[in-house]
Design a protein around this ligand. Structure first.
Ligand SMILES: *Cc1c(COP(=O)(O)O)cnc(C)c1O
Length: 420
């Protein structure tokens, strides 16, 4: 049996405990939603002040050069690169995850179409359980292309080997997967899966929305082809902060994406009507970036520069293991179903639990200061962000949940939360 004292002892021995003071967290809140919107690094307020008052206010347009605004997508990309196992000049921070996925998919399709042995392939594979925006973006692109491309949705991640084998496998151009599933928290083995995809002659695009800053990622070691991801989730970049896209050096020469705005031009300020793409990762940009929002991404990345990913991963697993153990000990008898894998190798940094009244229970938790979130159907998500979540937070969160469940202290909206 684990006690609250045990949790306090774990906190006292936690090498990451000191990081919590770098975040602005309101009193009385246990924040278990850093997988959706990361907490605010305290430094962001001063950084915003500097960008708005000094760089914009005083230095005006000169700041594109003097404050390094123009280079920001590349500079931040280089700060982010080690977090995802990328090399220098392979990542830019820009646009949204959805838009970057569009660029990556379009580029991958073109690479395959230009490949002598693979030009006829017309199938793009993803999971039905992928984050819907990824599916919508792919459908949008393929429909617009009108070249007979089809999106094949796997009913289960375990159907991938079959979909890549035999005659059907020879039709697959690209497989785009989300490394850690947003709903269940299940994680793919990126290296093994990429190898399977390559063995079938297809290219692998990884969405790292729930991986970057949450779990160790080694894009180059896994030999992945493209990757995209968010900065506003585990990387604490701020609401709607620009996303990132990774293109490995080995693909730079062939990399072409259709959103060829002036920021992808070799000489953007030459104002030439003739287009000539810049070499390298700059081709993944499009146009002028939201500088204020972009600048704040650095505050989160600076914190990651001070900690080792292995230490983050160890604490993340310890927090989610503790949560699962306490849940099973104290909430047994309630209709909770764990849908996140128990195996560490298959788990991201969140725990998802189904309850027939998941929505109502989550609303009750939030009302009592335990902030997680809810996803259809019936799923309560609890994100564990090792930089600012303590073992005692986990203890307290489970005790509040136990109290809510034991006393049925939640309001079921019959229309919204009907149990069928
Ligand atoms: C959060 C998330 C997104 C978000 O995309 P935006 O374009 O930033 O809104 C995309 N894909 C996945 C898998 C996500 O989890």
């Amino acid at each position: 049996m684990t006690t609250e004292q045990d949790c306090l002892a774990l906190d006292a021995a936690d090498p990451l405990a000191a990081q919590r003071v770098q975040f602005a967290l309101p009193d009385g809140v246990i924040y278990l939603d850093g997988n959706s919107l990361g907490a605010r690094p305290k430094a962001s307020l001063q950084r915003a002040q500097q960008v708005i008052a000094a760089e914009w206010g005083d230095d005006l347009i000169r700041s594109w050069n003097t404050a390094g605004w123009y280079d920001l997508p590349r500079r931040l990309g280089n700060l982010l690169a080690p977090i995802v196992g990328a090399a220098a000049d392979e990542v830019v921070v820009t646009d949204t995850t959805s838009v970057n996925l569009f660029k990556a998919l379009a580029a991958a399709i073109k690479m395959q179409a230009d490949h002598p042995g693979r030009a006829g392939r017309r199938v793009i594979i993803t999971e039905r359980d992928n984050f819907p925006s990824d599916i919508y973006m792919a459908e949008g692109l393929l429909g617009w292309l009108e070249r007979g491309y089809q999106l094949k949705l796997l009913e289960s991640w375990s159907d991938l080997p079959a979909a890549l084998s035999g005659e059907a496998g020879q039709q697959v151009a690209v497989v785009m997967l989300t490394h850690v599933n947003y709903r269940t928290g299940r994680m793919f083995d990126m290296t093994a899966t990429t190898a399977q995809i390559h063995a079938a002659g297809a290219l692998a695009i990884w969405d790292l929305a729930h991986s970057a800053g949450a779990v160790p990622v080694a894009l180059n070691a896994a030999n992945a082809d493209f990757a995209v991801g968010c900065t506003y989730k585990y990387l604490n970049g701020g609401p709607g902060s620009p996303a990132f896209i990774w293109v490995p050096q080995r693909h730079h020469a062939q990399f072409a994406q259709p959103l060829t705005g002036w920021w992808t031009h070799r000489q953007p300020f030459a104002m030439q009507p003739a287009y000539a793409p810049v070499a390298g990762i700059g081709r993944a940009l499009c146009g002028t970036q939201p500088v204020v929002s972009l600048a704040l991404v650095e505050c989160g990345l600076e914190i990651f520069g001070q900690v080792a990913m292995a230490a983050l991963r160890a604490k993340s697993l310890a927090l989610s293991d503790l949560f699962i153990a306490l849940l099973e000990e104290h909430c047994a008898g309630h209709p909770l179903e764990l849908i996140t894998p128990r195996a560490h190798a298959e788990r991201g940094s969140q725990v998802s639990v189904m309850h027939p009244h998941g929505y109502a229970v989550m609303q009750a938790l939030i009302a009592r200061g335990v902030i997680g979130d809810y996803r259809e159907p019936q799923v309560m998500r609890f994100g564990f962000t090792p930089l600012y979540t303590s073992y005692q937070d986990v203890w307290r969160a489970v005790m509040v949940l136990k109290d809510i469940l034991d006393r049925s202290d939640y309001q079921v909206d019959a229309k919204r939360d009907a149990v069928t």
